[in-house]
Design a binder for this molecule. Sequence first.
Ligand SMILES: [Zn+2]
Length: 282
Amino acid sequence: MRPSRRAVLRGGLLALAGAGAGALGASGLPRWCGWDRPPLGGGYAAAADTPAAARHADVTVRYYAETSEPLVAFTFDDGPGPRWTPMVLDTLEAAGVPATFFMVGRHLREHAGLVRGRLGAHEVGNHSWSHDDLATLDLAGVTDELTRTHEVIHEVTGRAPGLMRPPYGHLGGSTLLAADSLGYDIVLWSQQMRERAFAADPDAQVRAIVDAVRPGDIVLAHDVGADRRLVALRRLGAMIDGLRERGFRFATVSQLVAAAAVAPRPIAADPVRAVSRGPARS
Ligand SMILES: [Zn+2]
């Protein structure tokens, strides 16, 4: 029997890994086996294994929205959770700020009571059922993760989510295919909280966000996780105040995208600056 193409590829990869490990020594092994490098026996799931699932010629992956309007979208991942999600909702509600929550399906199933009736001003996106690395799953696996979460979001909020964010921002081909097949746009981010860097200096975390945000930015935060997350969550109100002083308004990701369709952001003339996306105060 002829070996399948996949088996041949896998054998080749294993041989390559063996050669690499020999050449690099033991210190090189974590580079092959770290949490963000799936086991060689599995590997990243390919994009076109099931091309019949593709519904469109392309799928949208968005880092930020192109707009000159002073709009910013805060996003909170991994919830809902009992420790901080209510506090975040309280802060947003008191400030009259809409945000987007990329929820983990099993967390929403467990903690629906925390958020039921409190999400009217907010958008809820799909962040998988289990928070596994979707890039390691095949199309059926990713579809199951997204579909189960879709159903619980619809059940709790009464609305069908149209946005998904892959855990860790990891995208395998099967995730792109599943997102397309289920009608999702994929949302990443262009700014993020740096809780580890600012653990001892919450004011610096506030300044970093307030100074760095530019029109159309999507800001990543987490309302579940390690205690260090509190550096950002406890100062959320100060970030909102600081951005409002700069003239910014807040939007859900879908509101941001809709506004950007009306008023696009000029394309940066300097590609290096566009990539580094350093602080801008204009
Ligand atoms: Zn996450």
